[in-house]
Design a protein around this ligand. Structure first.
Ligand SMILES: Cc1cc2nc3c(=O)[nH]c(=O)nc-3n(C[C@H](O)[C@H](O)[C@H](O)COP(=O)(O)O)c2cc1C
Length: 354
């Protein structure tokens, strides 16, 4: 069996694998397949209207009665800076002119942080677990979630963040290393936050807190899962590996690029949304490397027209194709089979029997 079972006992799952919440990409079919294979499926709810979240949870519950995760962003409200906005709009105008897109839009806060409406929604839907990115909600919300019998997870990218999460209500910590695809979950202002690799981060967080630690970032096969346990983790959260499953909501362009991924083909950049996030290298990330993006999530609201360009080749230059450094390890298969393969391969390394 697994060397450490504290996380599994806490949440009531069979296998110590979390399919990462990936807002916009995860579907009830994906989460259900993962749950039914004995691991933990998640639905990314950041920016998703409450009615859609409700529909997704109803669909998920029709397909499985196992524990699942709902995930939200808890970023701070962005500060609107007219001068920075004018500078960024002027810079982007070159691209808008190139494609005849008209004026660069004014920034909009398209992505609300976890609020009262989402709290009520979670308390209505009562998932076994709710996870957060960029910290934790207000203490009163954490209290209400706990009274509602929800376990709380959040990502840490430094030991200091992990200690803060443990002291402020998290039931387990996701130790998210530098290799991870998508947004860094960093929420303190240390200059090195978000830059620590999984191999160094996981054991240091394990030593620093007394709650289960879930390794994330660069884990995409049984070797990575076994390594997470060797580092002291009690589970692993995998995003990029599940992105290629047929049950995800991933564009043909994104899928094609994942198939051609290379170890050095991604970079961490704030240019797409205003927060550091790992995506495949493209023209926009390279050319905007010296720019000062607007605060998250305002930056993204300026770029929408570029992300909707009619030609796939042009879109590839501008769309953020999120992926982690382990993308070349992906094996495309249905999510349930992926869980079974991860378990089999990790168990054969760990020397246990399932
Ligand atoms: C496409 C994509 C979207 C993501 N969206 C979210 C999200 O909505 N919420 C979240 O907490 N983490 C999100 N993440 C980060 C994952 O939770 C996780 O930390 C990461 O995928 C782990 O690294 P890996 O991609 O190397 O497996 C996303 C990751 C990817 C690849």
């Amino acid at each position: 069996m697994w060397p450490r079972t504290d996380f599994l006992e806490l949440i009531g799952a069979t296998h110590p694998i979390i399919q990462a919440p990936m807002s916009g990409f995860t579907t009830p079919a994906l989460a259900a397949a993962v749950c039914n294979a004995g691991a933990v499926g998640s639905i990314g709810c950041a920016g998703v209207p409450s009615a859609t979240v409700r529909e997704q949870v109803i669909a998920l519950r029709q397909a499985t009665n196992r524990p699942y995760i709902l995930n939200f962003f808890v970023h701070s409200h962005p500060h609107f800076d007219p001068e920075a906005t004018a500078r960024m709009r002027a810079r982007l105008a070159t691209y808008f002119d190139e494609f005849g897109l008209g004026a660069v839009p004014e920034p909009k806060g398209l992505l609300p942080s976890f609020d009262e409406e989402q709290l009520d929604l979670v308390l209505e839907l009562r998932p076994r677990i709710v996870s957060f990115h960029f910290g934790l909600p207000e203490p009163s919300a954490v209290r209400r979630l706990k009274q509602g019998d929800c376990l709380i997870l959040s990502s840490a990218t430094t030991v200091a963040e992990a200690r803060w999460l443990a002291a402020n209500g998290a039931d387990a910590i996701i130790a998210q290393g530098f290799e991870a695809g998508g947004h860094r979950g960093s929420f303190n202002d240390s200059p090195g936050a978000g830059m620590v690799g999984t191999m160094a981060l996981v054991p240091q967080i394990v030593d620093a807190v007394r709650i289960p630690v879930i390794a994330a970032g660069g884990i995409a096969d049984g070797r990575g899962l076994a390594a997470a346990f060797a580092l002291g983790a009690s589970a692993a959260q995998l995003g990029t590996a599940f992105l290629a499953c047929p049950e995800t909501n991933v564009t043909p362009l994104h899928r094609a690029r994942l198939r051609g991924a290379t170890d050095d083909g991604t970079e961490l950049t704030p240019a797409f949304t205003g927060r550091p996030a790992r995506a495949m290298r493209n023209r926009f990330a390279a050319e905007m490397a010296d720019s000062d993006p607007l605060e998250f999530p305002l930056q993204a609201s300026l770029l929408r027209p570029l992300w909707e360009l009619p030609s796939e080749a042009s879109r590839a230059d501008f769309v953020p194709l999120w992926a982690g450094q382990a993308a070349p390890l992906i094996r495309e298969m249905p999510a349930g089979e992926l869980v079974e393969k991860l378990v089999r391969d990790a168990q054969s390394i760990l020397g246990g029997s399932i």
